[in-house]
Design a protein around this ligand. Structure first.
Ligand SMILES: [Mg+2]
Length: 214
């Protein structure tokens, strides 16, 4: 298992995230249809297809460029709330990876932290509002805690995935306080937030890549 990721690792991990999330598109569509407009299934399908196309041309790019271009490609093809927030996360993380050929846990920790800040600003939401932040924030905290303990990168990413899944599950009890679904907040209780679910799926995929690579 590797403690640093090269450009090749970033590209391979993003491809795995794309495939694993698209494989769950129907589940995401159902959750989004229950509390929103039901477009998340098609959003992840189109968006990740575009992301994979973008990756094909980024083999020699630095980490920052890979994250920025693939995030932008997703939202260009699948413009939506989720697309905008995904692109925001990727573009913020891209700043940390700018000009770098490889990244380790210190950079990954910083990427999570700036992604959280970006989503808070762009989504005008905070933890507890039943958004993807409820999965992303605990994941970022888990990565930071793992880094403080001197954990290896795969272990930190495994903890991030666990925290994101727990965070997504916790949204079942919440009522929407941000975005369109907040207009009928009471109807949202009892349903796991689709955006938080998507983030949990994506981070599990990243953790699996980390465990299996190298
Ligand atoms: Mg939707």
């Amino acid at each position: 298992m590797k403690d640093t990721w090269t450009q090749e690792d970033i590209i391979a991990a993003l491809k795995k995230v794309a495939d694993d999330t698209v494989a769950q598109a129907e589940r995401l569509r159902e959750l989004d249809a229950a509390i929103g407009d039901g477009d998340l299934g098609i959003t992840v399908t189109l968006g990740f297809e575009a992301l994979k196309e973008a990756l094909a041309e980024l083999a020699n790019a630095d980490v920052g460029t890979i994250l920025m271009r693939s995030g932008m490609a997703f939202n260009r093809k699948a413009a939506s709330t989720f697309g905008a927030l995904f692109a925001t996360m990727m573009m913020r993380a891209a700043r940390v990876g700018k000009g770098k050929e490889k990244v380790g846990l210190a950079e990954v920790r910083e990427m999570f932290a700036v992604a959280v800040e970006g989503v808070k600003e762009r989504g005008k939401a905070d933890v507890g509002d039943k958004t993807l932040l409820d999965a992303l924030m605990p994941a970022a905290e888990a990565v930071a805690a793992a880094a403080e303990e001197g954990a290896a990168l795969p272990e930190a990413l495994a903890r991030a995935a666990d925290a994101a899944e727990a965070g997504a599950k916790a949204t079942v009890e919440m009522k929407s306080r941000a975005g369109r679904s907040s207009w009928f907040a009471d109807r949202t209780a009892g349903i796991q937030d689709p955006g938080a679910t998507a983030v949990a799926i994506m981070l599990r995929s990243v953790a699996e890549y980390a465990r299996s690579s190298g």
